[in-house]
Write a protein that binds this ligand. Structure first.
Ligand SMILES: [Zn+2]
Length: 335
């Protein structure tokens, strides 16, 4: 099974991310590799007497790179529902007359609404601030969008291709980014982990049993933590144990630690181990015959170097990958 290899990659990724809080594991880099640009309307919080108001002040343009990406707390969402926080990939405008922009519409209509509900759920006072920002943006949508448009248009061709959109909140001397809000941090963790034990409203979890990946007895096991869709329960006939979704964990029990490794490993594969073979995309999952963390790191580094080498050679010759790995060190691998 490749699951063990995916989890091993996840462990490497976790070390690389150097996280201190759980949400950091699930904040994604929009454009891994090259540095790029992010533009953000800045909203200032004004507190006068007992009343708090929010006003739009300016557009911020900042570099977005390997170090700064976490504070913007990006996480890709479903294609029709918007991303998980207000940070998103940004592109051309639909028209240069009314300055309509689908991404902004999705943020205002979907993402803020979802985030405000999370605020309600966790009883966060930040909810009120998000409501004020949403209203301010909606009431001044033409002015703010025009400024976003002008800023985007002023970028050079390369920056336009890889551009992000976020918000910054100015509170006294402090500039608050998306990750400074507990609502958005909660949204990241919730999105990443909610499907591990719950599917279609049914919770499937086991206790004090053997994990199918690390093969050790663990206190808590998830029923739906498969990292890729090669194991699904979305059709009745796929569910064993007399079609009982609740007992799905018995088929494929995954402990908390391996579930986290699988999530991160899958993300690493999607971000850094995807290649093309004669125009067809494929993902490579390096699997060692002998489990050894240091060796995993070596093999993964070889793949990463190959990925950053000439792209044309990759699309034409799969064999080059094998040659490349072989020249790095003699290691037995299967793909
Ligand atoms: Zn495990």
């Amino acid at each position: 099974m490749n699951d063990r290899a995916v989890v091993a990659l996840g462990k490497i990724y976790k070390n690389e991310l150097q996280v201190s809080e759980e949400w950091e594991l699930y904040a994604e880099n929009m454009f891994p590799g090259s540095p790029h640009t992010i533009i953000s309307p800045v909203f200032t919080i004004n507190i006068n007497a007992n009343q708090t108001t929010v006003s739009f002040t300016e557009i911020d343009v900042s570099p977005y790179d390997e170090r700064s990406y976490k504070k913007y707390a990006y996480r890709k969402g479903a294609s029709n529902g918007g991303d998980i926080t207000v940070t998103t990939k940004f592109g051309a405008f639909d028209d240069a007359v009314n300055y309509r922009n689908k991404k902004v519409d999705t943020i205002l209509n979907n993402v803020f609404t979802k985030s405000i509900s999370i605020g309600e759920l966790i009883k966060s006072p930040e909810k009120e601030i998000l409501i004020l920002i949403k209203n301010e943006w909606m009431q001044n949508v033409s002015e703010i969008n025009k400024k976003l448009y002008d800023t985007y248009e002023s970028l050079d061709k390369e920056a336009k291709k890889k551009c992000g959109l976020s918000i910054i909140v100015q509170k006294g001397p402090d500039s608050l980014f998306v990750a400074d809000f507990e609502i958005f941090r909660t949204a990241l963790v919730k999105d990443a982990t909610q499907g591990l034990s719950e599917f279609g409203g049914v919770v499937s979890e086991g206790f004090n049993n053997i994990c199918s990946i690390c093969l050790t007895q663990k206190e808590h096991l998830h029923g739906f933590a498969s990292p890729f869709k090669y194991y699904t329960v979305d059709k009745k006939g796929y569910i064993s144990n007399y079609f009982s979704l609740k007992l799905a964990w018995k088929n494929y029990p995954i402990c908390d630690e391996c579930a986290e490794g699988a999530l991160l490993g899958a993300r690493m594969i999607e971000e850094e181990l995807n290649f093309y073979f004669y125009g067809k995309p494929y993902m490579a999952i390096p699997r060692l015959l002998i489990d050894d963390e240091d060796r995993y790191l070596e093999v993964f580094d070889a793949f990463r170097q190959f990925r950053n080498s000439e792209r044309n050679a990759q699309s034409a010759y799969e064999d080059e990958l094998m040659t490349f790995v072989r020249n790095k060190k003699t290691i037995l691998i299967s793909i």
